[in-house]
Write a protein that binds this ligand. Structure first.
Ligand SMILES: *Cc1c(COP(=O)(O)O)cnc(C)c1O
Length: 367
């Protein structure tokens, strides 16, 4: 049997005609930059995420970059985030001339440990950027309290978490700004790159809107230097089709996760923990295992797709040597980087495939 980590072709097959019609319509209209298709999808995402404003941008990375810029982050500032995430989380901070200040994760959720944040707040701190890793929201209430107390902005890196909920609140709507990615491997994936910023704050929304068109308003008049970072109309149209199916797909991911939880519960692996007040959307189903490399190799030979998210924490990346961090500084992030492995959990996965994956794990761990 062959079980890929993600099967985009299986998903495409179910909505092929509808997607092609949507893309065709944009081509016929020749309205490629912003315009009605982008506006329509932005409105749908605002409704979906319970926010007032949604601004389509070129990628999840740019959603983070423009959000931090809108918060006034610049040279000399510090932004607090985690070292256990995709590189873009820290990269955008550095690109603005600011410094990423890392806080270790909670080993249970893989998300920022809120108890460790306050000791990292300085007079330079401008924002806190929690990451909702693998599709589960970070513990937001203590983060929001700290932010209010110290007058900081909270930017949610919700790139992996569209549709996730924290205590009844939609991811992206909880902090000052929320950032989504439509990279094809995300739960709502486009036909290429794309991203979205959501917010309830009209001034921040306006700033992001201006920043994505070179800082201009009106056109050709620039009060600030911005970027060229717009969501393509072609992407918006395709994503608008897919958004209709997102909850159905997410329910399937959640169901697959429940099945794995049950099948893996007596094995020497630790399954992901979803807090009871969270709606985890399982962009990744990530387990921990002691002999990670052995399991990875075996699954590869047996045609089961896996991925290591993420093998090297950000504070140990070569490009961040100048920040002066050392191995041992963030023990939980470092341990997660050594023990974690993500299994196939995509919506179209079948029960037979899940049984096969678990049987191949048992080959290595014993039952
Ligand atoms: C995917 C991802 C991003 C970047 O999104 P792109 O659309 O690929 O630019 C940022 N942060 C996290 C946590 C991600 O998973």
């Amino acid at each position: 049997m062959n079980v890929p980590l993600l099967d985009l072709k299986a998903q495409f097959a179910t909505i092929k005609e509808e997607l092609k019609a949507a893309v065709d319509e944009v081509m016929e209209s020749c309205s490629f930059i912003l315009g009605p298709y982008v506006r329509d999808f932005e409105e749908k995402v605002a409704v979906y995420t319970d926010t007032k404003y949604a601004i389509g941008v070129a990628s999840g990375t740019d959603a983070l970059l423009l959000s931090l810029r809108a918060c006034g982050v610049g040279p000399g500032d510090e932004v607090i985030t985690v070292p256990y995430s995709f590189f873009a989380t820290a990269g955008v901070i550095s690109r603005l001339g600011a410094t990423p200040v890392f806080v270790d994760i909670d080993p249970i959720t893989f998300n920022i440990n809120p108890d460790l944040i306050s000791e990292k707040i300085t007079s330079q701190t401008k924002a806190i950027m929690p990451v909702h890793l693998f599709g589960q929201c970070a513990e937001m209430d203590p983060i929001l309290s700290l932010a209010e107390e110290h007058n900081l902005k909270v930017v949610e890196d919700a790139a992996q978490a569209i549709g996730a909920e924290y205590r009844g609140r939609k991811s992206g709507s909880i902090g000052h700004l929320g950032c989504f990615s439509f990279f094809p491997s995300k739960n709502l994936g486009g036909l290429g790159d794309g991203g979205m910023v959501v917010t309830n704050d009209p001034e921040l929304a306006e700033l992001v809107r201006i920043l994505r068109v070179h800082g201009s308003k009106p056109k050709y008049f620039h009060s600030i230097v911005g970027y060229n970072s717009r969501l393509d109309a072609l992407q918006a149209a395709a994503l608008g089709v897919k958004l209709k199916y997102l909850d159905e797909w997410t329910d399937k991911r959640r169901e697959h996760a429940r099945i794995y939880d049950d099948m893996l519960k007596d094995l020497p692996v630790s399954t992901p923990h979803a807090q009871e007040y969270n709606r985890h959307i399982y962009n990744q189903y990530t387990i921990r295992v002691k002999n990670r490399e052995g399991l990875e190799q075996h699954l590869k030979i047996k045609n089961v797709g896996t991925a290591l998210y993420y093998p090297l924490p950000l504070h140990l990346q070569e490009c961040y040597r100048n920040l002066g961090y050392r191995e041992g500084d963030f023990p939980e992030s470092e341990r997660a980087a050594k023990e974690s492995i993500s299994l196939p959990v995509y919506p179209e996965l079948t029960l037979q495939q899940q049984e096969y994956v678990v049987a191949r794990i048992i080959d290595v761990t014993g039952a």
